[in-house]
Structures are given as C-alpha cells and as structure tokens.
Design a protein around this ligand. Structure first.
Ligand code: NIG
Ligand code: FE
Length: 402
C-alpha cells in the first residue's frame, strides 16, 4: 500500500468504456490525434474513488440523534428506545419505491460529485420481505439511470425489527424469514451481489450471523460483515473463517481478529467518518492492520444515523490524520482496495490499460492535497465507464470539458 504509482506529464486514452493507454502525454497525443480532449493540466487525475460501504437508500435525516448523543445518550441506547435504525425503518416502510428513488438519486450524484464512481449500496432499512425488496429494486433502477457503477448488497440483517424483538423465538423467526423467505427472492431476482450482517452485541449474534451468511454463500452471494464496530465480539474472526470479501468498521477489533484477517486476505474496510460523527474516541487500528499485511480500504458508510456525508476525500483526511495512514495508503484504500472489497479488483480502482474508464479529477497539484484540504470539495469531474458522472464548471480557469 505504500506505492501509489504517481506519474507526472502523463495522459490517459479512453476508448468507449475502457482505458486504452496510459503514458507520456506527447506520445498519446500523437497516437490519439482524433480523440476528444479533456484538459487535466495542473490537476490530479485519480482512479474514480470506490466507496465500498454505503447505506444510501433511506428516507428522512436523523439529526435529532446527533444532539442526543452530545447530551450523553449512547448509539445503542438510542436504538433500544426505538430510535436509530428502527426510526429509519419506520420511515422507509411508509414510503413508496418511487419516493425512495427520488431521494436516493441526488444523494448518489452527490457521492459522485466528491469523486466516487463505484458505489456499494446496502438495503437494510426495510427489514421485511416487501420493504427489503423495495429497497433493492430502487438500487437496481438507479444503476440503470446513472453512469456510476452501483454494487447492491442485501443487508436484511441490519437489525432485529421491533416486531421480532419480544423473545428468542421471535428472533429465530426473523432469522428464518431472512434465510428462507427473503434470500431466495433476492437471489432469484438478481437483486444483490453481496450479503451483509450487522454482527454486534445487541444486534445479531455470532451464531445468527454465521447462519445467515452461510446460507447466503450457498445461494451464491459474496459475503460482507459489519464486524467489531463498537465492541469486540469475534466478528473479524468470523469474517476470516467465512472468507468474506470484507470485514467492515473494526474499531474494536481484537489482536486475534487482526491475525485472522491477515491470514484470510479479507479486506478490512475502515469507516473513520462513523467514529468521528458518533464522537467516539477509538478509531480502527489501521496501522496495526496494515503492518500485519491486511489490505485496508476506506469508505464513507454514508447513512442517516452514523455518517451522513457524501464526502469521500474527507475519509482520506481522517485516514491520514486519525488512522495515521500515509496519503498514498489512504488513496490506495479508497481505490484499489475498495475495488478488492467489492470483488472488482480487475475492473476498477486503477488507471491502467484495460480497466474501466473510471476517473476522478481534482483541483490539486499534488496527490497529498486531496486529504490535506479537509472538508473541501476539490473534485472537478468524475467519469465512470468513460461517461461523465459529474463535471463541475464553476471553477476559476478550468472549463476543461470541450
Ligand atoms: O454502518 N452499524 C450499522 N449500520 C450503520 C448505521 C446505521 C444507522 O444508524 O442508521 C453503520 O454505522
Ligand atoms: Fe454500515
């Protein structure tokens, strides 16, 4: 992760959806005389950022909880009172598919406006057959409407819905519903590429998580896991055991968890915006993970409860300033390793011949300025599969799209 492979004086040739060549500008200009030219001089072109963890399908915002936490309430305490994920569930269930689509579209465009061209999106605020399918269908419609590459994840196990929380038998019924009623439809309608579970004390246990993910794997889905977010409970170890493509959050990962991930090759997806926004002191041990040889990715966790931001470069800032990563490590975590966390390592996340033409252009002279100007929106344009997602015209001297 130390070497980002920065080039200067380079050009990128795009043919249709793919990168055709990368090399010295003079040579590519000779070879691609007829090409439409996008001037990137005095800027930094990166692979389109890969946001491998979002919960972008939701209804209303939950700003009231931010103040409640500031006044001393814990995240889990708010959830126990019927707020948190439960509040978003009640809200999402009251909305139509069209309504959710109309809310999500500008939100994912906003993600692209900050540099993301590949966006994983989870369901998980429906928690019933009908409402989970509704959420996943919104993602499927969105992917047909935007150039960005959207990767759908089924997170029916985001929370035990209130109506199943009464006793152990009801809990079991919900897990059964996920495995036997919902999963088969998700797979039959090809609505998700991954399954995910919020494995955390107070939410899904290790045993429940193992049951849901094992069934999902048998049904053909890749596996992801919200693991060791707030308290250590063996989530990372389970992700490694099941060969999940990623274990996400990990602010409370144990040493055995780190060792297990290092062996399995599972990507550790760190979400520093979440710990920042929740006001928690402990961030994931990125240095220990990287030093142990675990591939580390960064993502926004964009969601209404714990990380309401579309600003991926801000996650790179937190990666450097709070997780003590180098700028190169943060950039790789937001591109190559994000792609690995989505099983797309041969498709996106690198500017290399044959890769998808997924690119982001930043108003910066040095790649280190991307995490440096924190909170700023320096992204001047994004392209996914060679198509513009977002091009920003209002800059001082940069009317580059001709
Ligand atoms: O990744 N941890 C679980 N899920 C989300 C938060 C969801 C919410 O609070 O709405 C997360 O932080
Ligand atoms: Fe999450």
């Amino acid at each position: 992760m130390r070497e980002a492979g920065i080039m200067t004086g380079a050009a990128v040739a795009v043919d249709g959806e793919r990168i055709a060549a990368v090399g010295p500008q003079a040579r590519l200009e000779r070879e691609y005389r007829a090409a439409t030219r996008v001037e990137c001089a005095h800027m930094v072109l990166t692979p389109g950022l890969v946001d491998s963890h979002t919960h972008a399908i939701f209804g209303r915002a939950r700003y009231e909880e931010q103040e409640q936490r500031a006044a001393g309430a814990g995240y889990m305490e708010i959830a126990r009172r019927g707020g948190g994920i439960h509040a978003s569930v009640a809200d999402l269930r009251s909305r139509t598919e069209d309504d959710l689509y109309a809310l999500a579209l500008p939100r994912i465009r906003r993600l692209a406006a900050y540099g993301s061209t590949t966006i994983e999106i989870k369901s998980g605020y429906g928690l019933s057959v009908e409402d989970e399918l509704k959420s996943l269908r919104v993602i499927s419609r969105l992917s047909k409407a935007v150039p960005m590459r959207l990767v759908p994840t089924w997170l029916g196990a985001h929370e035990i819905p209130l109506e199943y929380r009464g006793n152990d038998e009801l809990r079991r019924e919900y897990v059964d519903l996920l495995i036997h009623e919902l999963l088969p439809v998700v797979v039959a309608e090809n609505l998700a590429r991954f399954a995910d579970v919020f494995c955390e004390p107070g939410v899904f246990t290790i045993q429940e998580t193992r049951a849901i993910l094992t069934a999902s794997r048998s049904a053909g889905l890749g596996l992801k896991l919200h693991a060791d977010e707030l308290e250590p409970n063996g989530g990372a170890e389970l992700a490694a055991e099941l060969e999940a493509v990623s274990a996400d959050h990990l602010a409370a990962i144990s040493e055995t968890g780190t060792a297990a991930l290092a062996k399995s090759g599972t990507v550790a997806t760190l979400l520093p915006g979440t710990m920042f926004f929740l006001g928690r002191e402990r961030q994931a041990p990125a240095r220990a993970l990287i030093d142990a040889g675990v591939p580390v990715a960064l993502a926004t966790d964009f969601n209404p409860g714990t990380s309401p931001t579309a600003n991926f470069p801000l996650m790179l800032t937190l990666g450097v300033s709070q997780l003590r990563m180098s700028a190169a490590e943060a950039l790789i975590a937001g591109t190559v390793n994000g792609a690995a966390a989505l099983g797309l390592v041969h498709e996106t996340g690198r500017i290399a011949e044959g890769f998808s033409a997924d690119l982001a252009l930043f108003d910066a002279q040095d790649v280190r300025e991307i995490p440096y100007w924190y909170g700023d929106r320096r992204c001047r344009g994004t392209w996914a599969r060679g198509m513009p997602c977002h091009v920003r015209e209002e800059s001082d001297n940069l009317n580059f799209l001709r």
